[in-house]
Design a protein around this ligand. Structure first.
Ligand SMILES: O=C(O)C(=O)C[C@]1(C(=O)O)C=C[C@@H](O)C=C1
Length: 291
């Protein structure tokens, strides 16, 4: 389930949008909203629909961790020193795989979707494919809030050692491909905080506007926080990790308690990083929402 896959906007509207995009960014937001809402696409963005998408993304995140856990930590993959694995490339093997894959995916149109953000590419190659008209839901001045670097550092330095075995089996390229899948799934989930914030703002502008004008981060954080929902999310991902990651055996007694990724690590990932970073994105987005 994707948040922004259903934009069907006629050619006439595209050209109006493209012109506005060049002239005044805030204007494109208004035009984009009008175009979308006249077709009902923007109406699909409710807190419930976004939460459903976040729930579905839990599956993607957990399965990607399970895939990465097939390999040991393979530390050489992350060595960015001059003697790193990729001859002539200034960075680690993971950097190499991420940069080159993101370049190909940019050409294939991945980053046209406002839900997708690259990790390492600052200048993206132009897509070589026809444009898809994604609904313009985000406020342009706020859409660029980004914690990709924090996600990358957290993943390599803190998360990987928690769910991979120690050791080195030489499968660096395969491990890096799995890493990228994990990183993209986490990034999408966390940066979807922009959509959550947009919907919360639209639902209660009278509550948010004074706090935004006062740049009151703490009050914004408090207002957007729903502790009950957070508890449910942490418990649900733990349960999903138990179900998705169990060893399946025809003999019931064989598989008890063996999980491909420790369910408490998945719950910890959400408690320590996914939810707090989503909330950080929400606050940062809101702070730019009236620019
Ligand atoms: O569902 C929301 O309202 C969100 O803002 C998302 C989220 C989360 O990351 O899961 C973050 C903050 C809320 O306290 C609850 C949940």
């Amino acid at each position: 389930m994707s948040l922004v896959s259903s934009g069907h906007v006629c050619t006439f509207r595209i050209s109006i949008r493209s012109i506005c995009a060049i002239v005044i960014p805030p204007l494109i937001f208004i035009v984009g909203s009008l175009c979308s809402s006249s077709e009902g696409t923007n109406d699909a963005f409710t807190l419930d629909s976004i939460r459903q998408s976040l729930v579905r993304q839990e599956d993607t995140i957990i399965f990607s961790l399970i895939e990465r856990a097939k390999f040991p930590i393979n530390s050489a993959t992350y060595d960015a020193s001059p003697s790193s694995l990729v001859h002539g490339f200034p960075g680690s093997l993971l950097d190499f795989v991420v940069r080159r894959t993101e370049a190909v995916q940019a050409k294939a149109g991945r980053y046209e979707n406002p839900e997708e953000l690259p990790f390492l590419l600052t200048t993206l190659p132009h897509p070589l494919v026809p444009r898809h008209n994604y609904p313009q839901v985000l406020y342009p001045a706020a859409a660029s809030v980004n914690v990709s670097k924090t996600i990358l550092d957290m993943y390599i330095q803190q998360l990987l050692p928690l769910f991979t075995a120690e050791g080195d089996d030489g499968n660096y390229a395969s491990a890096a491909a799995c890493d990228l899948a994990c990183l993209q799934a986490l990034s999408r989930r966390i940066h979807d905080g922009r959509f959550v914030a947009e919907v919360k703002f639209r639902d209660a502008p009278e509550d948010y506007e004074p706090l935004i004008r006062a740049k009151d981060r703490d009050a914004l954080m408090k207002l957007l926080t729903d502790e009950k929902v957070e508890e449910i999310v942490k418990e649900r991902v733990r349960k999903k990790a138990m179900i998705f990651g169990q060893e399946v055996s025809l003999n019931d007694t064989d598989s008890k308690g063996n999980y491909k990724v420790d369910p408490s690590v998945v719950s910890h990932l959400y408690a320590e990083w996914v939810i707090p970073l989503t909330k950080l994105i929400e606050v940062e987005y809101l702070l730019r929402r009236l620019d």
